[in-house]
Design a protein. Structure first.
Lengths: 230, 163
């Protein structure tokens, strides 16, 4: 690039940054104009960083926290006020750990409360944590406020009962059926809690860590039988 | 030589009825149109215009009653195995089975840990031709079907089996 053009671009970018938006658009040569636009974008991207580093350090503490963390902390703060004793163990800024007992009321409140308005259950999945503990995790999202949180509920293998939220989020119907199918977590109050993927007369819960597959299914051998194929 | 010599006009071929029947069968093994997984895509490609199974007399039929060949195209889960068996039983004799792809022949990638996958469709129904591949290309399927045609041609439907 010739020095003239480089100078032209630099001038245009400087003008644009100081408020004259047409400075770049008025460049006649198409290629030079494109280069000037690219330079302008780059300059704009670098600008706020410089201001940040120059500004006082006290403000940056507040800015460091992302929005999602704020949501979790906001929700858990109001949860403690509204449903004391509903939180389970130590909390952190990534998810909310709940006890199963009052989950239905909390879910209803999370959906109806205008401050949070979690109208979308994006996912429900199960976990086998080992040591006789199962966990059900819910990812909630608000279409209105565009924020999201994760709820985790631990239950024991001996009594894997969690209230169903099917009547709150309709989509939970099949989510909970799948979690039931794979982990054997009972969703109390679900209208139609059957296996969804596996056949109805299947034995056991396949994604639990202590799962052992059954020998036969309707006379068909289930484990691998053809020796010498590997 | 023999009894039949010079007894017929030109353009007449004398053969066993057995061979005529198996020839007729081998040139039109219509297959049952259903797929259980990704192999079905290759089966569709084989039946479509580029590979054109129709030129060797093979066309898909949508009902097991009208089909001679069942191409098991894809993973067969335990839940599906009972249905596959039922569909096979609904087909009219003579019937043949082609196990297409790794899953249908041996369980494929679900061999070790797939608790829900049938380890080869031959545990449920008798298989005539195995086509390896994951999934096999249409050429491989056509090769398998040609092998099946050879098998049918060798068959003797009218000859009483001994033993």
């Amino acid at each position: 690039m010739s020095e003239d053009k480089q100078k032209l671009i630099n001038d245009a970018v400087e003008k644009a940054l100081s408020g004259d938006a047409d400075a770049v658009n008025n460049i006649e040569d198409r290629v030079t104009r494109a280069k000037a636009k690219a330079a302008l974008v780059k300059a704009k991207r670098e600008q706020p960083k410089k201001e940040d580093s120059n500004d006082d350090a006290s403000k940056s503490d507040e800015k460091e926290q992302p929005l999602s963390d704020n949501t979790v902390q906001k929700v858990s703060a109001s949860l403690i006020a509204k449903f004391p004793k509903s939180l389970d163990g130590e909390q952190n800024s990534d998810w909310i750990q709940l006890k199963p007992e009052s989950w239905f009321e909390i879910a209803k409140w999370l959906k109806d409360n205008p401050d949070f308005y979690f109208d979308s259950l994006q996912c429900n999945t199960g976990f086998d944590l080992g040591e006789g503990l199962l966990e059900s995790r819910y990812n909630l999202h608000s279409m209105k406020h565009l924020h999201s949180i994760e709820i985790r509920i631990k239950v024991s293998v001996e009594k894997p009962d969690i209230p169903s939220v099917e009547s709150i989020w309709r989509v939970a119907d099949w989510f909970e059926r799948e979690t039931y199918d794979m982990f054997g977590i009972n969703f109390i109050g679900h209208s139609d809690l059957r296996r969804i993927l596996l056949p109805e007369d299947w034995e056991g819960w396949p994604l639990r860590k202590d799962y052992e597959e059954q020998e036969t299914y309707h006379g068909i051998v289930v484990p691998k039988v053809k020796e010498g194929w590997e | 030589m023999g009894l039949l010599e010079n007894r017929f006009d030109d353009n007449v071929v004398v053969e066993k009825l057995d061979k005529l029947l198996s020839w007729a069968r081998s040139t039109s093994p219509w297959f049952f149109q259903f797929g259980t997984a990704c192999c079905a895509i290759e089966m569709m490609a084989a039946a479509a215009s580029r590979h054109d199974l129709m030129r060797i007399g093979i066309i898909p039929r949508s009902s097991p009653r009208q089909a001679d060949v069942m191409i098991v195209a894809g993973t067969v889960t335990m839940k599906m195995a009972l249905r596959v068996k039922k569909l096979y039983e609904q087909m009219a004799d003579p019937k043949y089975v082609v196990a297409m792809g790794s899953c249908a022949t041996s369980g494929g990638p679900y061999w070790q840990h797939g608790y829900h996958v049938l380890k080869g469709v031959d545990l449920v129904i008798p298989v005539d031709v195995y086509v390896p591949g994951c999934p096999p290309r249409p050429e491989a399927l056509i090769e398998g079907l040609l092998k099946l045609q050879e098998q049918i041609l060798e068959g003797r439907p009218l000859t009483r089996k001994t033993g």
